[in-house]
Design a protein around this ligand. Structure first.
Ligand code: NAD
Ligand code: TYD
Length: 355
């Protein structure tokens, strides 16, 4: 890939994962209003959650390049940045699954905290223009039955996942305060869409239902998440990349009609697939399970003109249609490490529930 004039080259970490790959595809597609303005280098360690199949079709594109590597590898990162061609980092790479953080918290600290600091430092030393740190609304902890998170809501994370993300947010904001580094932090609600690894609620339940396997619903199923279709997230990130103010946090959220109890999400999936509700199993709850997330996205709406476009009903239909049409992709990821974790987390719960 050779850098074109007037085209910005950006480094997308974690670009072989769910949101990073959707962001990369969207940025290079005609859906993106700035699609001719960017070239993308994806850096990804290809952990269990990263999959080159998520980027299939982009290999032949001039404006795309893939580098396999770890965000904690200072030598590699400096080598990538020192040529001066990369102007910004959009940082998605992370350990991202709450249930895994309950059994293996240290890997979350290593990637999410140490990895973010390595990138922030290298970005500053190599004089990058911008650093967009992709974070989560989970750093705010859990809401009760009312209210929404705003950007100034105190951080109160419940899991090693959200605590490690909160730590990385603070490191990013500290780089702005100490060095004046142009850093923006985005905090988004739960995403869904194509290429999501089937350990998270929506793709797990779609895949299980398709295979007539039970759906392990934690606790009473009344926990609420605010759902955002992944392309809406990409649109928000582009706006922050282009016009976000340095040192600022931007919340990104679903519309109020996308704030849905897990049991209702489950029923919608089963209905869309024509599968029976007898597949639902109430299983042992997640430890430290946050009750409700809801994000107030007034700031990004007012400053950058963003709001969600895809309703949950349309988005879930599109997502289910994608999983139906991409059975090969599902088969390729529903193996190896996935099965080990499935046994540890889901089969054990389902077995207990049956007794
Ligand atoms: P994901 O688990 O699907 O993908 C993570 C990617 O990072 C994978 O490709 C993995 O191989 C890569 N990776 C992990 N450790 C790495 C390392 N040390 N070096 C290089 N690459 C590494 O995650 P996702 O759901 O796409 O989430 C992406 C980002 O968005 C995360 O930072 C997450 O906290 C944030 N986020 C996710 C959601 C959501 O609903 N999924 C919501 C809000 C924010
Ligand atoms: P998840 O997709 O893991 O996202 P997060 O924990 O980051 O919000 O879970 C979404 C919700 O679904 C959460 O309340 C936990 C619940 N859940 C289940 O009930 N069963 C499952 O098998 C999974 C994976 C999640």
């Amino acid at each position: 890939m050779s850098k074109q004039k007037n085209v910005k080259k950006i480094l997308v970490t974690g670009g072989a994962g769910f949101i990073g790959s959707n962001f990369t595809r969207w940025m290079l597609s005609s859906d993106c209003p700035s699609n001719n303005k960017y070239e993308i280098v994806v850096l990804d360690a290809l952990t269990y959650a990263g999959n080159l199949g998520n980027l299939k079709g982009l290999e032949s594109t001039n404006s795309f390049e893939f580098v396999k590597g770890d965000i904690r590898d200072e030598v590699l990162i400096n080598n990538l940045l020192k040529a001066g061609e990369i102007s910004a980092i959009v940082h998605f790479a992370a350990e991202s699954h709450v249930d895994r953080s309950i059994v293996d918290p240290l890997s979350f600290v290593r990637t999410n905290v140490e990895g973010t600091q390595v990138l922030l430092h290298a970005a500053r030393m190599n004089k990058l223009e911008k650093f967009i740190h992709i974070s989560t609304d989970e750093v705010y902890g859990s809401l009760g039955p009312t209210g929404s998170f705003v950007e100034t809501t105190p951080l109160d994370p419940s899991s090693a996942y959200s605590a490690s993300k909160a730590a990385s947010d603070l490191l990013a904001l500290a780089a702005y305060r100490t060095h004046g580094q142009h850093v923006c932090v985005t905090r988004c609600t739960n995403n869904y869409g194509p290429y999501q690894f089937p350990e998270k609620l929506i793709p797990l339940f779609i895949n299980n239902a398709l295979n007539d396997k039970p759906l392990p619903l934690y606790g009473n199923g009344k926990n609420i998440r605010s759902w955002l279709y992944v392309d809406d997230h990409s649109d928000a990130i582009l706006r922050v990349l282009e016009n976000g103010r340095a040192g600022e946090v931007y919340n990104i959220g679903g519309s109020s009609s996308a704030e849905i109890e897990n049991k209702d999400v489950t029923v919608k999936i089963l209905k869309e697939l024509g599968k029976p509700s007898t597949l639902i199993r109430h299983v042992e709850d997640r430890l430290g399970h946050d009750l409700r997330y809801s994000v107030d996205y007034t700031k990004i709406k007012q400053e950058l003109g963003w709001e969600p476009k895809v309703s949950f009903d349309d988005g879930i239909k599109k997502t289910i249609a994608w999983y139906l049409a991409n059975n090969d992709w599902s088969k390729s990821v529903l193996s190896g490490e996935y099965l080990n974790f499935y046994d540890l987390n889901y089969s054990a719960r389902l077995k207990k529930a049956a007794n």
